[in-house]
Design a protein around this ligand. Structure first.
Ligand code: ZN
Ligand code: ZN
Length: 405
């Protein structure tokens, strides 16, 4: 078994005929480009494309299989040039009877499962050409359909305020899924949460946490990712790892500092101000706004609202490493980043393999130190709130740490 890098939440901007799929995503996110970029530039081993049930993308997938660019693996997943495995999936919006909405990542092993899901969902989704569409089903029933089609469901960015299980649909995942709760192998943390925060909720102790980019552009792919220990990069192994069976497992989660995430802390829409405090801020201290339409509850605030317990990670929980994506490293412009990628093959190699001696001649001491420090999570960011991204402030304490050696 060995380590594999996985980012399992990447969108498609346009299908092969140039029609929009995820309207807010870059038009460069075309299926074959996503696969190439994930492999050659990012150095990922598994890429999950979660707009594959959209009619046009499903056609693109079939065309790539027909041309031999993608090979369906017997264990599930589609292999490109024996270099990267595409895990096909769909992001779907469920809606509860009380109106709460949540997004879910639905993954499938084979094209036939995916096309079956696509045709069943046609009954519930008005426009199957577009990404992340709302279906008329509550989350539990959506999961029933996914399972009947041979797939697996993972709640997406589980704590974000507008469209997520905890952010908008329920106080307890087990209430939302009832009898199917046990079958959920994993939960996507989202950019604004970390494992430490999520481990305040006891019902999640058995769930594996996944970190993904939710990329809307090629460059943002792998800004969060998971390191997995697998025997081979395929769908079956992925499920074993999520379920922590036969020695397969998630070995580490790499995430951006949650305060860089768009929704880490609460934001008052009336005052147009972030509302930050040491504890959960659930109401604007200035104007008193608290209703959903006026006040966006931050992920941090929501988790503290749901649980007053301290973080209690189970024994199986892997390391969560706060990282800075290379393209957000202060002082590392595109030209130098391209030089690094040329020297080390891909971004994962730069992030995880390149050592000081190799980096210094290429980018100088300070940047080299920054890159190596980011690898072990020694970074600080400026807090963010209410849909505005925080700013990366630079390396914290890394110098002290490194000068010990
Ligand atoms: Zn998404
Ligand atoms: Zn206010």
């Amino acid at each position: 078994m060995r380590r594999y890098y996985a980012d399992l939440h990447v969108h498609i901007g346009r299908n092969g005929r140039g029609q929009p799929v995820k309207i807010t995503a870059s038009p460069d996110l075309v299926l074959h480009k996503v696969v190439e970029y994930a492999w050659q530039r990012k150095g990922l081993d598994l890429v999950g494309v979660i707009d594959c049930a959209c009619t046009g993308v499903l056609q693109d997938l079939r065309a790539l299989v027909d041309r031999g660019h993608l090979l369906e693996l017997p264990e599930g997943g589609l292999r490109h040039r024996d270099q990267i495995t595409l895990i096909p999936g769909a992001e779907v919006e469920a809606v509860e009877s009380h109106g709460g909405v949540s997004h879910h990542l639905c993954y499938f092993p084979y094209l036939r499962n995916l096309s079956e899901f696509s045709s069943v969902m046609r009954r519930y989704i008005t426009n199957m050409e577009l990404s992340s569409q709302r279906c008329g089903l509550p989350a539990r029933d959506l999961m029933g359909v996914v399972q009947a089609c041979g797939g697996v469901l993972v709640p997406a960015h589980a704590f974000t305020p507008h469209k997520s299980v905890y952010g908008n649909a329920a106080d307890r995942l087990s209430d939302l899924f009832g009898d199917l709760f046990e079958d959920i192998p994993a939960l996507e943390l989202g950019l604004s949460a970390t494992a430490e925060l999520a481990d305040r909720l006891p019902e999640l102790a058995d769930k594996t946490f996944v970190t993904n980019s939710d990329a809307h552009s090629l460059e943002r792919m792998a800004r969060e990712y998971t390191v997995m220990r697998l025997a081979a990069p395929n769908f079956r192994e992925l499920l074993l790892a999520w379920r922590r069976q036969q020695g397969r497992r998630v070995e580490a989660n790499y995430g951006v500092d949650p305060s860089l995430g768009r929704y880490h802390r609460s934001f008052c829409l009336v005052c147009e101000q972030p509302r930050v405090g040491p504890d959960a801020v659930l109401k604007c201290p200035e104007c008193g706004a608290f209703q959903r339409k006026d006040f966006v509850r931050g992920v941090f605030d929501r988790i503290l609202e749901l649980s007053c317990l301290p973080s209690n990670p189970p024994a199986h929980r892997p390391e969560y490493i706060l990282q800075v994506p290379l393209n957000q490293q202060t002082g590392l412009g595109m030209r130098r980043l391209n030089q690094l990628v040329a020297a080390f093959g891909n971004e994962m190699n730069v992030i995880h393999e390149a050592n000081m001696a190799q980096l210094v001649p290429l980018v100088g001491y300070q940047l080299a130190e920054q890159i190596v420090a980011a690898r072990s999570g020694q970074v600080t960011m400026q807090a963010s709130a209410g849909g505005r991204y925080g700013k990366l402030m630079g390396v914290a304490a890394a110098h002290d740490q490194l000068s010990l050696f």
